[in-house]
Design a protein around this ligand. Structure first.
Ligand code: NAD
Length: 489
């Protein structure tokens, strides 16, 4: 039975201290691939959040991080990145044990992308300029990006380290102090990262990590009177709740990266159907479908619909759930028993609604004790039905045929969400028209998920507001301050 490395003892990181919950409460951290307890996590609550916010505030007010020359912050952050890189294998193993993700993915994707994010913002921070205003000759005016203060980061379980880094890296590079509340399902890599960062020279209090449930630790952080901003990735209902906490406390800023029901469109004029079928399969099944940008609605032009679905099934049938610790595995475990049962009940509902189940639909690897689901494809899905409208957050694809580009655009935009979208077409005219007309924060043409840290990431409509990645994310963690000096005649 895989266990945690012996030197991992997951305690909250608050200032320079590592501690459990004051009342001794713990939460079981489960390995989704086996259903067994990996370790106990401190079940922190308002007391530990208060302590973490105080440590973060003290560091911010001391000015020893916020007012440090940007090139010095950069040097420290790059040292932290090097320290994590030296332990990359340990981070990959922790993430795989904790989240059920294939080790091949945590090695090749989660850890390298988290490191790339940290290095990107470290490198960026000494290249950020303010502005000089075009004032008259008797005045000099300039605008500065001032860090906000204490940032609360509440993050999900699907890319635990990577999503946390999307928040931590730009926020601390900008000079803020951060309190992270990781998902109670996957806290290990964020806790380990904070420890390694302290050892590598990040001043204590800049980064604090407090594990606990959303209802206890998350709510305490989001309601705190001394937190200046909440940056969040997670579900829509929790996002709404965070806006209420803000309104009921100190009007802290809130940035929300929420869910999606992203349309992936294949036109008959795209010449390489195999390539599109491969992308359509991985666009939904990567990370067991637990991706906010998953291409969960596949819109296929009717003239190629039957042939395309055949090719898609051929690709998807090769994607089998396996042991996440096996380097050959490409589809791992669903995060929890509750999530697995939720996805299975969505599958049962879709069957009842009359969609054609053409692949999968069942729990897999039951003998493992873990939480696995076969890649599942429904064809001829009713665009008005729940499977086409609601996020499943599991390996379940809804295929919807269309006849004309106008119909494809109407179907694609007929969603409460607007996170990602994509299309395959041989026509520049169609590509250009859809790029402009799709109501989504991300549009991928002839290559699903073809984007990187340099481009803004975030949604339109109920997929949230605010952007992660790119230089825009740095500015999100700053206020503009205008300063003027007068030169009286
Ligand atoms: P979730 O909203 O249940 O939990 C996210 C975080 O919020 C967790 O840390 C949780 O403990 C915390 N939380 C829960 N209740 C809270 C409360 N009352 N107050 C404060 N914090 C609270 O989401 P999840 O199940 O962890 O993640 C899956 C969801 O995240 C999906 O809907 C998915 O689409 C979305 N997601 C979005 C993006 C994006 O960038 N848009 C990326 C990944 C995941």
């Amino acid at each position: 039975m895989p266990t945690l490395p012996a030197d991992i003892s997951p305690l909250a990181v608050i200032g320079s201290r590592r501690m459990g919950a004051a009342d001794g409460a713990v939460l079981a951290s489960i390995n989704p691939a086996t259903g067994t307890v990996l370790t106990d996590l401190p079940a922190c609550g308002p007391a530990e959040i208060d302590a973490a916010v105080a440590a973060a505030r003290a560091r911010f007010e001391a000015g020893s991080w916020a007012a440090m020359a940007p090139r010095q912050r950069k040097a420290i952050l790059l040292r932290v990145a090097d320290a994590v890189a030296a332990r990359a294998e340990e981070f990959a193993l922790l993430e795989t044990l904790d989240a059920g993700k294939p080790i091949g993915d945590t090695r090749a994707v989660d850890v390298p992308l988290a490191l790339g994010t940290l290095r990107y913002y470290a490198e960026a921070i000494d290249k950020i300029h303010g502005e000089v205003g075009p004032s008259g000759p008797d005045r000099l005016s300039w605008a500065l990006h001032d860090p906000l203060g204490v940032i609360g980061a509440i993050v999900p379980w699907n890319f635990p380290l990577h999503m946390a880094m999307w928040k931590i890296a730009p926020a601390i590079a900008m000079g803020n102090s951060v309190v992270v509340k990781p998902s109670e399902l996957t806290s290990l890599t964020a806790l380990r990262f904070a420890e390694v960062a302290l050892e590598a020279g990040l001043p204590d209090g800049v980064l604090n990590v407090v594990p606990g449930t959303g209802a206890a630790a998350g709510a305490a952080l989001a309601s705190h009177m001394d937190v200046d901003m909440i940056t969040f990735t997670g579900s829509g209902p929790v996002g709404r709740q965070l806006l209420r906490y803000s309104a009921d406390s100190n009007l802290k800023r809130v940035s929300l990266e929420l869910g999606g029901k992203s349309p992936h469109i294949v036109f008959a004029d795209w010449p390489d159907l195999d390539r599109a079928a491969e992308a359509a399969a991985w666009g939904i099944f990567y990370n067991q479908g637990q991706v906010c940008t998953a291409g969960s609605r596949l819109l296929v032009q009717r003239s190629i619909h039957a042939e395309f679905v055949e090719r898609l099934i051929k690709v998807a049938a090769t994607i089998r759930p396996g042991d996440p610790l096996d380097p050959a595995t490409r589809l791992g475990a669903i995060i929890s028993e509750k999530q697995m049962n939720g996805v299975l009940s969505r599958i049962a509902d879709a069957r009842r609604e009359g969609a054609d189940l053409v692949l999968g639909g069942e729990q897999a690897r039951k003998d493992s004790g873990g939480f696995f689901i076969e890649p599942t494809i429904f064809d001829n899905v009713d665009p008005a039905g729940a499977l086409a409208r609601e996020e499943v957050f599991g390996p379940v694809l809804a295929v919807i045929p269309f006849d004309t580009p106008e119909e494809a655009l109407r179907l694609a935009n007929d969603s409460d969400f607007g996170l990602a979208s994509g299309l395959w077409t041989g026509s520049m005219t169609t590509a250009n028209h859809f790029a402009r007309a799709l109501r989504a924060g991300l549009v991928w043409i002839n290559g699903w998920d073809a984007c990187d840290i340099t481009m803004p990431f975030g949604g339109f409509k109920q997929s949230g507001f605010g952007r992660d990645r790119s230089l825009h994310a740095l500015y999100k963690y700053a206020d503009l301050k205008s300063i003027s000096v007068s030169f009286p005649a």
